[in-house]
Write a protein of this length. Structure first.
Length: 377
C-alpha cells in the first residue's frame, strides 16, 4: 500500500510569527504617597469610557486598551504531546526509514487524538505537517544532506529542553489577557496542545503556532525557554483570529484574500492595543514598516486577486505571497505585506467609526469593514 502525501503551504495553517524582539522591560517601583498627619484617600482612577456594549472603548492611536486581566483558565486547556513524541521516536529507532509515514501516523498522530486533527483545514492531512515541506520540518532539509536520523536526533534535543510547565504558563498569560480583552463565548473551551521540536539547529528555532480547529491550536516549540516570548503573543493572535472565524459563515479554507487581510489585520490590531510594549516588529508601528511606494505597488497588484480563496494545499500561491510575502522577491511581495495592509484597513475603519469596543469591532462583517474603511495607501 502506498501513501501519497503532497506538500502543504505553511501560510495560514500557521499563526503570525510575531517574535517579541526587544520585549524585555523593567517594572517601575510602586509610587507611595508622602505621609501626612491626616490620611488622604488616594485619588480614584477614572473608569475607562464604555462603548454601548458595556466594554471599554477602543483607544486613541498610540494608546492602550483598558484591560483588566482576569483568570480565564475555565475557557482553555493546555495539553502536552511530549509522551506521544517520545513514543514515536522510540518506535522510529526500531524501524526502517521507509516505514516513517506509518510510524508517525501510528505512534504520534493517532495517539495525539484531537491535538493533531485539522478540522479547520479539511483539505489537509495531519501527516502533511511532518513531511519535508510541512511546517514542522525544515522545508529544504534533504538538500542540506539531512537524514531522518538527523531530524529525530534534533527532536531528542528538543525533548531534553522541553519545559512544559513554563510553556503552559506562557499560554495562560497570553490567553488570560486576550480573553479578558475579548471575552469568549461561555460555551467554548479552547484546546492548546504543545508539541516539542524538532530543533532545526541550522534553521531558525522558536515556536510555530497552528490554528487547527475553531477551538484548537497546536504549538510546536523547537527549543525550550526560547519559545516563551513567541508563545504568549502567538496564542493571543491565534485566539483573536479564531474568535472571528467562529463567526463567519464560510469555512476557513474558502475565505478570500480580502477577508483574510481584514481578519488577520483585526487580530494584529487587537494585539497592538491589548499588549502594549510587546516588542513585535522591533517596536516599529505596523503602518510604518512598508515604504509608501512599495505599499502602493502591492495594493495595486493585489486588486485582481482580492476575491480569490486561500487554498493551503496549493503551496506558495499568489494569495499566500500577498499575505505573507516572499523572501526571494520582496520588491513584489514584501514580508507580511497583506497582513500589514489589513492592519491599516482596520485602523482606518476604527478612526472613521469612533465609539467602538473591541467586541463590536470584531462583529463587523469583513466585507463591510473593508468597504467602509476608506483605506488608500
Amino acid at each position: 500500500m502506498s501513501r501519497i502525501v503532497g506538500c502543504v503551504s505553511i501560510g495560514l495553517v500557521l499563526v503570525l510569527l510575531l517574535s517579541a524582539c526587544g520585549a524585555s522591560s523593567e517594572s517601575a517601583p510602586d509610587l507611595v504617597a508622602l505621609p501626612t498627619r491626616t490620611p488622604v484617600p488616594p485619588t480614584p482612577t477614572p473608569a475607562p469610557l464604555q462603548a454601548t456594549s458595556g466594554y471599554p472603548l477602543l483607544p486613541e492611536p498610540g494608546e492602550a486598551l483598558a484591560v483588566e486581566v482576569q483568570d480565564m483558565s475555565a475557557h482553555y486547556e493546555v495539553v502536552s504531546l511530549e509522551a506521544d513524541v517520545v513514543a514515536y521516536l522510540d518506535a522510529a529507532d526500531e524501524s526502517n526509514v521507509t516505514q516513517y509515514t506509518f510510524v508517525v501516523e501510528d505512534e504520534l498522530i493517532g495517539p495525539a487524538g484531537s491535538c493533531l486533527e485539522l478540522p479547520l483545514w479539511p483539505r489537509v492531512q495531519a501527516l502533511q505537517l511532518f513531511v519535508s515541506n510541512g511546517p514542522f520540518l525544515p522545508p529544504t532539509w534533504s538538500s542540506f544532506g539531512i537524514t531522518w536520523g538527523d531530524i529525530n536526533e534534533a527532536w531528542r534535543i528538543s525533548i531534553d529542553e522541553f519545559v512544559f510547565d513554563d510553556q503552559a504558563a506562557a499560554v495562560g498569560q497570553g490567553l488570560d489577557r486576550a480573553m479578558s480583552a475579548l471575552p469568549p463565548d461561555e460555551s467554548r473551551v479552547l484546546q492548546v496542545c504543545i508539541m516539542p521540536g524538532p530543533s532545526y539547529q541550522i534553521f531558525a528555532d522558536g515556536a510555530l503556532t497552528a490554528m487547527t480547529g475553531l477551538d484548537s491550536m497546536l504549538i510546536n516549540c523547537t527549543i525550550g525557554e526560547d519559545c516563551l516570548p513567541d508563545i504568549e503573543l502567538n496564542v493571543a493572535v491565534g485566539y483573536y483570529t479564531l474568535y472571528q472565524l467562529q463567526r463567519y459563515s464560510q469555512p476557513a479554507d474558502e475565505l478570500s484574500l480580502q477577508t483574510w487581510m481584514v481578519t488577520l489585520g483585526r487580530s494584529l490590531y487587537a494585539l497592538m492595543v491589548a499588549n502594549p510594549g510587546s516588542g513585535i516588529f522591533d517596536g516599529v508601528a505596523p503602518d510604518q514598516i512598508i515604504p509608501l511606494e512599495l505599499e502602493e505597488t502591492l495594493w495595486g497588484n493585489m486588486q485582481p486577486d482580492l476575491g480569490d480563496e486561500y487554498d493551503v494545499t496549493r503551496g506558495n500561491s499568489r494569495v499566500s505571497r500577498f499575505l505573507f510575502g516572499n523572501p526571494q522577491d520582496q520588491d513584489d511581495y514584501p514580508l507580511w505585506g497583506g497582513v500589514l495592509i489589513g492592519y491599516q484597513i482596520v485602523q482606518a475603519y476604527v478612526e472613521s467609526h469612533p465609539g467602538l469596543s473591541l467586541p463590536e469591532l470584531m462583529a463587523v462583517p469583513a466585507d463591510e469593514l473593508f468597504e467602509e474603511s476608506g483605506y488608500t495607501p
